[in-house]
Write a protein of this length. Structure first.
Length: 113
C-alpha cells in the first residue's frame, strides 16, 4: 500500500454547497449540482473557476439576468446573481449581487475536489 496516501477513498470525498452561509454537504456526487457561473452556451468555460457547487435548493436561487427560461430566469426574493470567483490573499472569494442589488464578497470554504 505504498501509494495509499495518494488516493483518497471515494467515501471521503465531500461536496459542499458554496452558496453563502449554506451548511449543506454530501458524500454523494449526484446530490450536489455543478453550476456554470457563465453559462456554457454563452461561452463559459467548463473549468472549476467558472463553476460553483450548489445544493439542489440553492441551485434554484441563482438568478441570471440574461436567462429567458428555466429556474435561473426567475428572480426570487432570496435569489443572488453570481459574478465569479476572485483571487485574494486569503484565498478565493465569491463575488455576487445580493437581493438588494449590492455587490457582496464571500470567502470560500476550503476546496473540495
Ligand atoms: Zn446550499
Amino acid at each position: 500500500m505504498q501509494n495509499a496516501k495518494l488516493f483518497k477513498p471515494v467515501k471521503d470525498l465531500k461536496y459542499i454547497c458554496e452558496f453563502p452561509d449554506c451548511e449543506y454537504s454530501t458524500h454523494h456526487r449526484t446530490q450536489i449540482h455543478h453550476h456554470h457561473i457563465i453559462p456554457v452556451e454563452r461561452g463559459g468555460e467548463n473549468k472549476r473557476r467558472n463553476r460553483i457547487f450548489l445544493c439542489p435548493n440553492h441551485h434554484t436561487k441563482i438568478f441570471i439576468p440574461e436567462a429567458t427560461a428555466g429556474i435561473h430566469a426567475v428572480r426570487g426574493e432570496d435569489s443572488i446573481e453570481l459574478k465569479g470567483w476572485l483571487q485574494s490573499t486569503a484565498g478565493l472569494v465569491l463575488c455576487y449581487i445580493d437581493q438588494d442589488g449590492d455587490e457582496q464578497y464571500y470567502e470560500k470554504k476550503k476546496w473540495v475536489i
